[in-house]
Design a protein around this ligand. Sequence first.
Ligand code: OAD
Length: 242
Amino acid sequence: MNLQTLSLSHYRNIVILTGAGISAASGVPTFRGENGLWNDAEFLRASDAANLPDSLPMVWKVFGGLRALAETIKPNAAHYAIAEMQRRHPTKNITLITQNVDGLHQAAGSENVIELHGSVLRSRCTNEACVAKPFEDLTSRTQVPLCEICGAPLRPDIVLFNEMLPPWESHQSKRALRDVELFLAIGTSGVVNPAAQFVSSAAYAGARTILINLEAMQPRNPHFQEEILGRAEEILPLLWKE
Ligand code: OAD
């Protein structure tokens, strides 16, 4: 791999957006592509909030399986490279936004990760009037569990299709994008909004924009000024200059 290293010295406000491709080397399946989760009809049905509440048993079956997987997997060199870069630059504003629900950035040591699509490692009550907060839940469930406070069904604390993004995470992402100087998107096909639009916000803010992905984005997004094609776990440990 003939890789130009990237000097961070010119940038103070950095936003990193990650997708399923960064966790591929850890054994997490991506969504699209040959063996992607979207090829599984049950996964598709469980991922659409339009099918709730009838689909809750399936949601637990599918995402309970992902939770069980998330507990056995380990971060890879790409997650560690980002965490290390954050540690080495405590004075920079480095905002890490992930579309992944696997908790691997935190496991690698990254703090303040914005989980745009939630986390399979948490559960929350389906009753919006309930006072229960989302809570860490590592139990691999096969049945629909019930809320200890109000008795309504619990669900994994993830964002399904046709659902709004969590407001705090959405707000923090937009804030970071307002004055971003360097924007990196890593391991994402760039087709799911609103994350797919982040690069255009970054470009309008005047940022340098780089895509690091196994394959070129289809169709190409003109807001990415640079593309580094290859495996995130091979590229990231070599990327930063300092
Ligand atoms: P996708 O599965 O759509 O895209 C993953 C991208 O990672 C693909 O373009 C692959 O080429 C690339 N890739 C695979 N292995 C890689 C590696 N080792 N290094 C670098 N790149 C690699 O996943 P996302 O873009 O994350 O949303 O999908 C976005 C959202 O779509 C997900 O968060 C999920 C899904 O529907 C919800 O569940 C709400």
